[in-house]
Design a protein. Structure first.
Lengths: 328, 328
């Protein structure tokens, strides 16, 4: 397996610090070789450990035991941890583009993306809703056909709608939207996790999954019909299930991933159970792509307070999935 | 403290079995005296342990060590576990009425209610949305001024709206509704838990609590103004907080109860963390009232498969709160 490309994210955020801390954990956690992509000065600003500049992903394995390998992108301008600026945003975008390209070419075994500031990215002309959609486009995949999966040690969830007001969720749900996410989730579990016959579950939208229509009709009119079509395609999926009783330990044993109708339905259980280990993974791409499930945390950048747990989990999951994909 | 009254719920559900199992755990769990209210035959149908008929709550303490005390209500007709019928529904309603009256008079130290079938109750003329509203009315309290709290060992949540379709939630939220639940929650924590200065948190409705209006405006227009008014009244409340990051262990340490905007926002984290120990407690009543946070489970009634964990937790919590209220 080729080394993973880890884009540092915004140079003024906690990305450089948690990538460095992930490298420090390489022996204790048996982390396979990876290399950072970004401005090496952003690492030096928050960490005094060894880095080494490389120009090819293949060099990473040779140096990884002794120093954190970095493939440099353009100068990020003045780097002050906690104080994002325009050159830094441009650098984070260039890092993402380069790292995604290396993964797309196969030179990198997979892509891990550090946290960026969307507000900053928009100021330098970024037009995608987030890194996920950008990476999908660079891979030639429509955003409709990828799915965001949140993965922790005992739960995987896939939100069918994401960053929209709660009052708009019910009207956004369609049979076709649900089916596209169900299909992407099933394919993603096969390809990335090596699960031959993934077991899916889908939540209801309303309390008690609508109680046969008494508490809402989306289960009857949209979700159940989508489930029927998916089953006819051979997909193993149960539901719609009452959302409140599907996330405890015994219930989680029944499925490999839970499809949820809205952001917080997917994120509340994941973060309640696995706050420091949540990984955001994009399903439906030709490459492995993961990210820690948190933001830039500018308010603690440069203070050596950032917890690298989610970044380590993102790297470990990317390595795991890349190894599965590399199987003959 | 006077013994607790435990209404058996529907005689064909798992109520009788889990009340009997709770009595069996009285020594191991140091459960203080309680008595069942219902048809003793519903216990005999699923359990061969000792019961004793009593006519006054005060007798319960004398017999509790050796037998499960029962205050009888009318004959529930033919009792077949798993097969609810009209006489059984009437019996469950009479049991609730009697147990609530004994708690209201002070003869019982508090009220614990077993699971009932709402569909069955409606068939015998029950017109309340649930047991909570019935008990509130019998206590002379408007349903607007009580709050349903879900309590587990490390989390308490209060849903501000409950059994309504998700698409209707946003339009149901008003500053006044939120304030009435905030006030009931604060008073309830003081009276039932002896917390002198309760720390409350309230969730946002939209992803990331609306991101300053970009993902919804209810936080700005309704929730934050309600929080401001509550603070001006001296209530210690934080929020609106992003719902996905307020339920992990460190976040839960910051508050004594979390107010949530809709059913699943409150129930998903509670049941993900504390599925077998979730207690439904009514705040704002002159009496202590708790219930296990699950239904009649007709499908497993009479098979000795019901887990009494939530019933035991409900009895323990009622005893704890009754003892707090009895302090001078």
């Amino acid at each position: 397996m080729n080394p993973l490309a880890v884009a540092l994210g915004d140079p003024a955020g906690i990305g450089p610090e948690i990538v460095a801390k992930a490298w420090l954990a390489r022996v204790a956690r048996s982390i396979p070789p990876f290399f950072a992509v970004g401005d090496a000065r952003s690492i030096g600003a928050v960490w005094d450990g060894p880095t080494i500049r490389i120009s090819e992903p293949a060099e990473a394995a040779r140096f990884f035991a002794d120093a954190l390998p970095v493939i440099e992108v353009e100068d990020a301008g003045d780097i002050v941890p906690g104080q994002p600026n325009t050159p830094g945003a441009r650098c984070s975008l260039d890092s993402l583009e380069l790292a995604a390209g290396l993964a797309r070419s196969g030179a990198a075994g997979g892509l891990v993306t550090g946290p960026v500031s969307k507000a900053q990215l928009y100021s330098v002309g970024f037009t995608h809703p987030g890194q996920t959609e950008f990476v999908a486009e660079r891979c030639g995949i429509s955003a409709d056909n990828v799915a965001m999966m949140l993965a922790g040690p005992t739960l995987r969830t896939v939100p069918i709608t994401t960053h929209v007001p709660l009052r708009d969720v019910a009207d956004m749900l369609t049979i076709e939207l649900i089916l596209s996410k169900v299909r992407a989730t099933e394919r993603g579990l096969v390809r990335n996790f090596g699960i031959a016959s993934p077991r899916l579950a889908i939540a209801g939208l309303n309390p008690h999954a609508g109680e046969q229509g008494a508490l809402g009709r989306e289960e009857i009119e949209i979700i159940a019909p989508a489930v029927e079509i998916a089953r006819a395609e051979g997909i193993n999926i149960i539901g719609p299930l009452p959302a409140d009783t599907m996330f405890h330990a015994r219930a989680r044993d029944r499925y490999d991933a839970a499809l949820c109708l809205y952001h917080d339905q997917a994120l509340i259980p994941l973060k309640a159970l696995h706050f420091d280990e949540g990984v955001n993974m994009t399903l439906g791409l030709p490459i492995v792509r993961t990210a820690p499930d948190h933001g830039t945390a500018f308010e603690i950048a440069g203070q050596n307070r950032a917890d690298p747990g989610a970044m380590i989990a993102a790297i470990e999951l990317a390595a795991y999935c890349a190894a599965i994909r590399a199987l003959p």
